[in-house]
Design a binder for this molecule. Sequence first.
Ligand code: GDP
Length: 441
Amino acid sequence: MNQVIDYQVATLVTTALGIRTSIAPEPAAAASRTATASQEEAEENLVSRPPVVVVLGHVDHGKTSLLDYIKSSRVADREIGAYQVEVDGNPITFLDTPGHAAFTAIRARGARVTDIAVLVVAADDGIMPQTLEAINHAKAAEVPIVVAINKMDLPGADPERVKRQLSENELLVEDWGGDIVSVNVSARTGEGINDLLENLELVAEIAELKANPDKQASGVVIEAKLDRKRGPSATILVTDGTLSVGDLIVAGAVSGRVRAMVDDKGKAVFSVTPGTPAEILGFGALPEAGDQLTVVANEREARTLIGGRDRAPGSRPLQSRALSLDEVVKQVDIGDIKEMTLVLKADVQGSLEAIRHSLGRLVDEDAKVRVLHTGVGAVTESDVLLASASEAVIISFSVGSEPSAERLSDRMGVEIRNYEIIYQLIDDIELALHGMLEPTM
Ligand code: GDP
């Protein structure tokens, strides 16, 4: 009951319990939202863009070595979290963060970034637990897999065994009558790597990846770091439109103006097109990996996007009494809609996603929940400040609060509600939304 499951799984469970299920029709509001979100771009505006490739596989099977080999032969040594190489004049973008942890973190935050997953399997070791995990992650993301059977230079290399093991896990490579491309490589000698790159290019060609460069950019933060001299910098990947120096940007809870951009070769650039990574300077604070990047027209739009914090921070007088869950349900001007703002903290990313997902279902015509910020780990002072500035309530799920955050919340009158069970959390919020929550002592 603490997990979001898909309809098929739910049906299996309910059938076993003798319960029949059916899918409820989408509410009109949700349906129209989907329609605008997936609005098709006019074909004539679309141009090809480079594929974005992630390298997955079991630990020590050679993910880093493979990325390094590809990088060393083609780009200057610059660590920006992603890089591009050209194959027959066509660029391919590699995320330079091997392993599915990063891939899943980005995906868990709702970003669709990768087009192809390279599954690295050591030829002397075969399929291992993390290989299977990687396969499942790629399948869940509906990303095509290209297999790289690595360490072919080793005497114990047995690529046929790897292919057989893959077939036992529903991945049929071409030799086995399937359509999965598999290439024998060695990240040590470089054997087969050109062949791998050419195959990636082919898979990308079939996928017909396109984007419209003639509009305001959107993208995703791949990684971010604080540089003592230069301030916050982030590697971003533009997914649509063109990002230019001077653009006002918002990523997650952070805004800024693009002051400078540097490409993977260390060259200053003034604009970046879809499928291309760059390091950007100009954020006001550190964004997080997986944050969606959006270009906005003005400061006002930036504030609205971040969470409507129109008031200058700190301008609100300290309160003596906590704003309780049902008190934060506000009448929003437009059409009498009730809105509740939340800051969500949880033990793990999975819980956050599950809670968010369930909260999304509470939305109806006259009430909605706005999640201002989510994070893994204990409630911190900065969560309390954020909640206070936005008249939000903090919901913590299976995590506590730092003592300093607790003191601050008392002082500022911010309620922190702790839950251990998702459905109780959701129930309370639903009740509060409808003004029916029992007062707490
Ligand atoms: P990762 O954990 O998947 O990123 O694996 P690494 O790239 O760190 O590689 C693990 C070990 O395998 C290192 O000692 C590499 O030098 C070695 N290795 C990687 N690729 C090859 C290869 O093609 N041949 C041989 N002989 N060793 C390799």
